[in-house]
Design a protein around this ligand. Structure first.
Ligand SMILES: Cc1cc2nc3c(=O)[nH]c(=O)nc-3n(C[C@H](O)[C@H](O)[C@H](O)COP(=O)(O)OP(=O)(O)OC[C@H]3O[C@@H](n4cnc5c(N)ncnc54)[C@H](O)[C@@H]3O)c2cc1C
Length: 533
């Protein structure tokens, strides 16, 4: 233990908060993590029902040169197995392998769109560039999680030769940040081809990040007991290092001049430094600026206005299904992490102008018309299908299989449906459409074998983890993001205009996801430690 008795409070027990807390505790600092739910993990969690284990958040863990070295540095034992990905369109499925992914993907596209072979060539060469850049970015253990003073050979043999390549990759990626849809439009006029690639991602995802995903598809791992095992292991480590965690503690007021946070149960906690690792709009909404200097208050109010005017990214609709079908029926079709599109037509206007118009005119649109749009959307969309037991057979009862089936879904539409009082009916309509479309395509007979099903919507995500607009990876790309979005500036992304308060997590930097959550948590902890020194 160091003799540093200043207290850091971390609000939010998702992966960013857990990372911040574990590094503070490891350095001997007094740290208290406050989490609103019963369990930590936030958007990374697993749950069990009737002998099936399901992942409610990310379906697998992206290593990104971060997770494995971090676990090793922290001496956390967590058994992880391979988590290979498959991509399928109609009845054509490819299993992705790092060596052959680009050729296999090209052949898949050529079989689907033989009329666009020369455009596909151009697209694949762009994907190859982004793939290589992402491989550079994530290809070695992140130096933050290796002690380079002790490990000179890592520094000399890996980091130094990598630095030059990294700087070039970074420069290319920063230049390549136009929305993926418009980038693809320059390479082909075949709208279905554009859609079949782009609808895997959030609308207007920066090109380098979207096309770089073809590398990340090959970089997933799966903790034996489900993705929720990662936050559980982090919790155990924090406690072992004498950090303190209080769950079921929702913070409803932050007072930086008094240096306190107040929980919904009335308890108040004092801090010297605060790391806010939860939804950023919430922080600025519950901030009490009384007692702060006028210029600080002014800066905070400008920041607040900017953040509150922006939106979270699209969310997801997820169905958890237990089916009376053996694992083998699914193993013969795909790997346990499967991106599947039932029709090669592509979403096109269904997911752009038609959806926008439906939301804008919702009050005057008859329910029947909304249901017709749902018909089209669920026929044309891309599904992310996760089958935990294909990574570890113990995660489903013998002879049965659990599936997590999800697709991107717009928060505003479901919010309006809830306000119009047909939320439960809507969920049943969606579940039926999901099951019908998959039964009529890749999984014949699936819907007749369902033992149970349950859904989570963008509204569930918003209420469970307090994520604005049910966002699963922070800010929407549809308008300029209000946070740092340049990798080499990530260290400064954790600073706020609020005295002694840092921010971490998917809202602190864009583009976000698990790697961002961990890295910003790490940076926030370093900043808090430095401030104490
Ligand atoms: C379906 C799905 C698929 C995904 N797939 C991927 C993927 O393939 N690759 C990838 O990189 N990422 C993926 N992600 C995203 C990734 O899981 C998240 O970006 C990351 O886990 C966010 O971590 P975080 O700590 O920033 O935020 P969160 O996980 O949201 O943690 C915030 C925590 O703060 C708590 N909290 C909120 N408000 C308060 C309050 N007032 N007081 C106290 N506690 C509070 C919440 O309960 C929560 O535990 C996916 C997410 C989902 C849901």
């Amino acid at each position: 233990m160091s003799d540093n008795n200043q207290r850091t409070i971390v609000v939010g027990g998702g992966m960013s908060g857990l990372t911040a807390a574990v590094y503070l505790a490891r350095a001997g600092h007094d740290v208290l993590l406050l989490e609103k739910n019963k369990e930590c993990g936030g958007l990374l969690s697993s749950f069990s029902r009737d002998g099936f284990t399901f992942d409610a958040g990310a379906r697998a863990i992206l290593n990104a040169g971060i997770v494995r070295p971090m676990l090793k540095e922290l001496e956390i034992e967590l058994e992880m197995v391979d988590s290979p990905v498959s991509i399928g369109v109609e009845n054509d499925v490819i299993n992705l392998d790092v060596e052959t992914i680009l050729d296999d993907y090209r052949h898949l596209l050529e079989r689907l769109y033989p009329e666009s072979i020369s455009d596909i060539e151009k697209i694949i060469s762009k994907i190859e560039r982004s793939f290589k850049d992402m491989a550079i970015l994530y290809g070695i253990d992140n130096p933050y999680f290796r002690d380079m003073k002790k490990d000179r050979s890592f520094l000399l043999k890996e980091v130094l030769p990598w630095m030059g390549k990294f700087m070039f990759a970074l420069r290319r990626m920063n230049k390549n940040n136009e929305p993926v849809e418009s980038h693809l439009e320059k390479l082909t006029s075949n709208q279905s081809l554009i859609d079949i690639i782009a609808q895997h991602f959030f609308r207007e995802t920066p090109t380098a990040f979207a096309l770089g995903y073809f590398y990340t598809y090959t970089d997933y791992r799966y903790p034996r007991g489900g993705t929720g095992e990662l936050p559980r292991a982090m919790v155990r480590k924090i406690l072992e290092l004498n950090g303190e965690i209080k769950t079921e503690t929702e913070i409803i007021e932050v007072n930086p001049s008094e240096k306190t946070v107040r929980a919904s149960d009335g308890n108040t906690y004092s801090f010297d430094h605060l790391i806010w690792s939860a939804d950023l709009k919430t922080l600025y909404r519950i901030l009490d600026t009384n007692g702060l200097d006028e210029d600080v208050t002014h800066e905070i109010s400008e920041r607040k206005e900017s953040l509150l005017s922006k939106r979270g990214c699209e969310s997801v609709y997820t169905m958890f299904v237990g089916v009376d079908m053996p694992l083998e029926s699914f193993r013969s079709i795909s790997n346990g992490h499967f991106f599947y599109t039932p029709l090669k037509t592509g979403l096109n206007e269904t997911h752009t102008s038609e959806l926008d118009s439906l939301i804008e005119n919702f009050d005057s649109v008859p329910k029947k018309q909304v249901l017709q749009w749902l018909d089209r959307y669920f026929q044309l969309t891309t599904y992310e299908i996760s089958i935990p037991a294909l990574r570890n057979p113990e995660l489903s009862p013998e002879g049965k299989t659990g599936l997590v089936i999800s697709t991107l879904f717009e928060y505003d539409l479901i919010k309006k449906i809830k306000d119009a009082l047909w939320y439960d009916e809507f969920r049943a309509e969606v579940e039926n459409r999901m099951l019908d479309n998959l039964s009529n395509s890749i999984y014949p007979g699936l819907k007749d074998k369902v033992v149970f099903k349950a859904s989570s919507t963008p509204l569930s995500i918003e209420s469970v983890v307090g994520s604005s607009e049910g966002a699963i990876v922070g800010w929407s790309y549809k308008s300029p993001v209000p946070v740092v979005s340049e990798l080499r500036k990530m260290g400064s992304a954790v600073k706020t205009p609020i005295p002694d308060v840092y921010q971490a997590g998917q809202w602190a930097y864009s583009p976000a996801g698990l790697p961002t959550a961990i890295l910003t948590g790490w940076h926030a902890a370093q900043n808090a430690m430095k401030a104490k020194r």
